[in-house]
Design a protein around this ligand. Sequence first.
Ligand code: ADP
Ligand code: ZN
Ligand code: ZN
Length: 663
Amino acid sequence: MRVLRVALEVPVAKLFDYLCDASVLAEVGDRVVVPFGSRERVGVVVDAVDGSSVASARLKDVTRVLEGAPRLPADWLEQMRFLAAYYQRPFGETVAGALPPRLRSLKALPKRKPPIEGDPGEPARFVAGPAPNEAQRQAIERIRAAFGSFRTFLLHGITGSGKTEVYLRLIAEVVARRQQALVLVPEIGLTPQLEARFRHAFPQARIAMLHSALEDTARTHAWLDAARGEAQIVLGTRLAVLTPMAKLGLVAVDEEHDPSFKQQEGLRYSARDAAIQRAKLAGCPVVLGSATPSLETWQNARAGRYELLPLPERAVPGAKLPTVRLVDLRNESAEHGLAPSVVEAVRARLAGGEQSLVFINRRGYAPVLACDACGWAAGCSRCSARLVLHSADRRLRCHHCGAEEPVPRACPTCGNVDLRPHGRGTQRIEEALAGIFPEARILRIDRDSARKRGELARTLAGVSRGEGDILVGTQLLAKGHDFPNLTLVCVLNADSALLSTDYRSAERLFATLQQVGGRSGRREQPGEVLVQTRFPGHPMYQALMRHDFAGFAASQLAEREAAGFPPFVFEAALRAEAKRLADTMAFLKAAARLVPVPESVKVYDPVPHVITRRAGYERAQLVVQSHSRPALQAFLAEWNAALPAAAPRGIRWHLDVDPIEFD
Ligand code: ADP
Ligand code: ZN
Ligand code: ZN
């Protein structure tokens, strides 16, 4: 009896057995339609076996095989199996979640696009950029030598050191070998410049773009192009790593340290780690690129597991690193959030016709609206958080749950009508700058100013062409854009990150500041970075001034090792939420004793989140650690199997393996 094991999109950790009529001819990797309950569902055949634990009389037949897409290959199924096991998610859900919506629906697939006409040898046509410098040449040489085998490289170079040029030259060779290249980037919606650069370098190649903002048909086409081996280059965000690629020859992960590579719901996978696993399965090299590698990656390079390829200088001849200066707020008092030397530096750029960027990682007008008479402050009724004042439409918004309300006319506790904003966000800084420089064109760039799709890309393209004298922006501005006329970056409230309880906050701040600083002085004009701070002696700032990532990383790693944090231990978090904190804590306490904990695994006490209540739920988590990844994995598998039965109604919970967010 031939039985097919089918993965279905249902939240149970099991596969479903079906019989297969001789007329249906379903094989492992096929997408099939099967009867399930009272309706039909689409699933993927993941195994074919000789018998079933279900009585044969109760087994149903596969209805039909879905046509139009290539059969899912064995290495892809292997990757899904690995991800499901590693991140403790049901296999069926993992398989289904990795497919674009159209491929898991009963709807017919869109018609195949006609192949690009012309000589099939042509896709390899490569419009080469500048001749590589010595460091680039060595990097290319080392990676090329690994073609056809699995090896992990860390391409460590500051912004503008020519990492993208290295990827392009390697991809040219991969395409010439008639193989495919996979390039992962943090947020593709923000990097149309990168797509344009790839299209310019490979005018005749088929480039499949894959990210979550694509509409259904475009995403389906891109996925099919990649899976059929017809797209020579697949460029996308984290989900692109889940695409089958018939002829994978090279994987590149740009800005590998970026937190957006970790999915924060469902299958909480790290696309960076999945990319490495993927390259291993495909037997090809993988290149991780970053100016500020994650400490996990840096430690792997130090330990010799990854090969370090440094690009120590900016690639454009004559281009220099920006000068980083600290503005000591203990000596200079900042008016409207801006220290006098910051104002003067902006004034000098205005006079010289150059652009300045004022960076503040907080959108809105002010993070607090308070009554100075009685101490009341506007808070969210659903979260343990303050409401942020937005000036454009005079609303208070919760940045944690999205709730919003009008600004009250008077204090609800004492009736005082003089409510005051405290602290600053982008809107308030924009207002202050407009007051100081009435003649300047000021552009604010944050998630509020760029709500509509495509708007951000348009604004950024304008900035690249020199539009705007002063830019006020958040993290959105930090990534990947080339602003040739920008020569000054002013960082306003960096200190707040240093006061955070998250052990990763210094690492993140260093990366952000290095990245923001990298926006300046990419061409002939040298750039300058001014950082306002009350802690100018802090080692993080000192390292930033020296552009000393290695020194910074060494000190952070020493601290992590002493404190027993990753990458020196492996971690998972069990998070839970309920309407009452007591219920959340009771569940976590019971969960901690649910299965025997081996000696090599440590289960910590549950603790509430810093922002305990969010959207009406009280949240807490407990951390599990081990020095041994296999030991942790074995424990998690057993635990995860027991948890569903142990969770009372009203509790929502999930496991996060290798978590990076703890707030
Ligand atoms: P990264 O990806 O590290 O930020 P890029 O590859 O984008 O760096 O290079 C930054 C700039 O330097 C680009 O304008 C690129 O064309 C230029 N560039 C790269 N390599 C060289 C080189 N060897 N000689 C001259 N210019 C180069
Ligand atoms: Zn009051
Ligand atoms: Zn809220």
